[in-house]
Each structure stands twice: as structure tokens, then as C-alpha cells.
Design a protein around this ligand. Sequence first.
Ligand code: SF4
Length: 452
Amino acid sequence: MYTIKMARRILFETNKRLLWKLVWNLGVKGTKSVLAHRRRMRKGQFFPPFLYVSIINSCNLRCQGCWVDVGHKQQTIDLTAMNKLITEAKQAGNTFFGIVGGEPFMHPELFEILEAHPDCYFQIFTNGQFITEEKAKRLFDLGNVTPLISVEGNEIISDERRGRSDVYGKTLAGIENCLNANLMTGVCTSLCKTNIDDLLNEKWVDRLIEMGVLYTWFHIYRPMGPDAMPELCLTPEQQRRAREFVVEMRAKKPIVIVDAYYDGEGQALCPAANGISHHINPWGDIEPCPIVQFSNESIHASEDDNRTLFDKFTQSEYLADFRTLAQETTRGCIVLEQPELLQQVVEKHSAKDATARGTALQELKSMVPRTSQYHPGHEIPERNLYYRIAKKFLFNDFGVYHGHDHTATAAPFFVHDTGNRENPPTSASCCGGGANCEEPDVVLLGGTEQQD
Ligand code: SF4
């Protein structure tokens, strides 16, 4: 039934030129780029097939807990630098680029960047408020772009979460413009305590389908940055509920649901640890991922460094050490689970604080270990055969966790404790997050425990 409904949507609701672009540029060429990544990995070379590029820091909204320096002087990656970046990445076989911000539609040369590379596929992470009918039409003419528009709650919660008024209405207007222009449109949500009940439900997914939205993505809010809001974090139980919901909806609703943190068997992974993606910030600094705001390499050439993009990625000792640490420590998020170990890697390589605010190291030092997407004993395998097969070949840990025992280092094995990290409980003395586990997702060092 799922197959018929999904096939019907794809056949009757999409524009065939745009569908072809998606299938060819992302499906076929994207698959080849992942296979090329796997071949490179065998030689010990890591060049991510999926680069996420924050092309601008500015944004019209002021979201709670945002880690981007949206209020600082505007910084962009300009057309020339983007063309160079994309051209060099294409030489390594890449065709997919995630365009992030700030708000990408505030970039004055966004359309020129997209136009210059009809052989690539772009996913734009946006709040949708700048997507007018005319811009949606331009995106349609290009054909190689999908907007992924973030909705962060109902009318009231959206304004609260995003620091401006009428956010929900303006964002829905942007979605409508995309759908009216027949774009392949996605809607995403960063799930947190204040929006999970409103948006992680069948009614919302049905509404998206009715509207004509083709895919959705439920991220999990991560407390990072200068104004991190740990009180918004999902509890481990809520995180597992989100995973269960995604797996269930994938098996029955005719809408694609994206996720970045689980393989087909439901085992957690970090896409920076397996090297499938890394991030470039608006200053051109190469970072392991958007929340690890430390860097030793830049996409921009300098007097001391005129290497190719490929060499910068593959020769970076900092990135290599980051991946090794993440692989050895946990299948979840090293930043959330072991910020202290990440700090050691940053200091070992004297990686520069890549933020405009210059306080990333202090922020890292003030973090407390908490659980992330890794819930050993609670793996929920995909029920939808298509996802299971696709992930088996194209999205999994690619063997990077093989041979690593995480029971002494991953947060689920010691956040039950009172914070004695010298002697974290072993797997034998810990329930490992079993069925009746009520573990807190935070542990404060020095023996004070705090539960969200
Ligand atoms: S380090 Fe954490 S936030 Fe970054 S990609 Fe890995 S799991 Fe995601």
C-alpha cells in the first residue's frame, strides 16, 4: 500500500523535469559519490561526498539556542569562492551540496551560485520567509534545488522559538509559494521540549502530505553556542519516541522522511565520524560539522596554504583526529557526550575558534556530558524495505566503529552515575539504557546530577 501511494505521489504530483534532475544529479551521481567515498576510505582518505556550506551568517530570525553568529557583521562566501569550492568538490565526484546559513536567501548571489552548476543538486536549509512567488519560479526554472523549510512549532511556539512575530504565517507562505511553483519541497523541524507534541504526530505528517510536501526531516535540538538552552533538550525517552515515530511513518505514509543518525538496523552513527559529511562556515573555515566550531583549514587560499580542497580535507590532522576520537568514543555525538575529549583534540591541534564571537572554547568547557542519539539496547531497525536497502549500501557507519568498545566512554554507560568519570560504570554494572531505563541525559561533574 505504501509503495502504491508513494509511487502515485511521485508520478502525479511532481514535475518530470525536476524529478529527472533529482534522480540523476542526486540519486545516480550522489550514489556514485558515496561509493567513491567508500573507495577512498579504504586508502585512508576522507573527502566527504556531502558538504554542508553555510554561505552567510546573517538571518532575519533570532532562534533560541542558535549557534550561528547571526547578529555579527555580515559574512558570505561569495560567488567566486563558491564556484571554486564546488568545482574542486566536483573533481572528487561530489554533486550534492547542502546550503546552510544564517538564512541562505539573504545571500545576494545565491541564484548565481545555483545557476552556475546545473550538474549538481542543492538542498537549501531556509526559514522560507524570503521565498516569494518570483523566487520560487526561479528555483523551478533551475530545477536542481530543493528548499528544506523549517517549521518550529505552532503559531505561538514558532514566535517563541524564533524570536520574531508571525513566524509561522510567513514561513507557511514561503512553503505555499514553493508548492505552487511545483518545487520538490521539504519541511524540517528541530525537535525540542516545546514543539515535540505539536509536530511529532501523524496529524502533522498528514497535513504535510495534503499540502504536497515531498519530504520531511526531524532533527533533534542540540544545546550549543553562546545561548545554549539545555532546558529545551529532549529526554532520552523523547528521543527514542522520535526514532520510533520516524520508522513507523516511513512504513506507512507516502512522504520521504530523512534522518542522518541511524543505519538500516537502527544503530546510531555520527555522519562526521564516518566522514560522509563535514561543514564549511561563512568565513570559509572547514569544520567537522556545524556545531564543532573549530578549524585548522580554510577553503580560501593564503600565502602559506595553496593546496587544493581535496588536499586540505584529506591531509588535515585535526579532522582525522576528530574522526578517530568520535569513532573510538561513541556511536552517538562526541560533542554532547564527551565535550572534554573534544576540547583536548581542539587544544592539541591549536584549532582556531571559527566563530565571530570568539567564545567557542569557553562554551565547550562549560558543557556537561549528556546522551545523544545513541541508545544501546533500543535499536529500532527500519521497517520500510526501501530505506533498509538504501541504508545498507549508502548510509551506514562504513565500518568506522568496528573493533571499538564504547562501554567505558559513551554517555549512556555513565550518565546514570553520579559523575565520577574516573570510574565510569562498566557495561556489566549498567543497564545500558534497557527497557526500564530512566537514565538522566545529563551528568554534572563533581557528583551533582541533573535530569532534564
Ligand atoms: S559531532 Fe554530533 S552534531 Fe556533529 S555530525 Fe556528529 S553527531 Fe552530528
